[in-house]
Structures are given as C-alpha cells and as structure tokens.
Ligand binder design. Structure first.
Ligand SMILES: [Zn+2]
Length: 75
C-alpha cells in the first residue's frame, strides 16, 4: 500500500486548478476538505526564467497535485 503516491484523476486536477486560478481556496473533490497550499521554489532563477510551482495537498485523503504556474505578467 502506497497511499502517499495517490493522485487525483485528470478531471479532478482540472477542478482544483480552475478553483485555484480563480483565487478560490481549492477543495478536495473527493472529500471536500480545504487543501493545503505550499509554494515550491523553482531554484532555476539564474537561468532566466522563474517558474512558480504550487503544491496542493489534501489533509484528509493525502492526495496531492503539483501545478506549474507560468507567470503571465512581468514587471
Ligand atoms: Zn481529499
């Protein structure tokens, strides 16, 4: 049993991604728990691009999904 590697279906990931993109607090589509969001540093800033990743974890079923967020605005 390796529940630590459990993943969402693609449709479920899309639901989470859409909610997050709208600025809403994403909820787990399986159990409705509020998901924990962690930002992951890219570590590649010296290469000329900065990519932001968000790691969303459900505290109830332990499923997680990592999003790559491309930065659309530069300043
Ligand atoms: Zn869950």
């Amino acid at each position: 049993m390796s529940d630590a590697t459990a993943r969402f279906d693609l449709d479920e990931e899309r639901v989470i991604r859409d909610a997050y993109a709208r600025g809403e607090a994403p909820k787990c589509p399986r159990d409705g728990a509020a998901m924990t969001v962690r930002s992951i540093g890219g570590g590649s800033f010296g290469l000329g691009y900065s990519r932001k990743r968000e790691w969303l974890i459900c505290p109830t079923c332990k499923r997680s999904v990592i999003f790559d967020l491309k930065r659309g605005t530069r300043n």
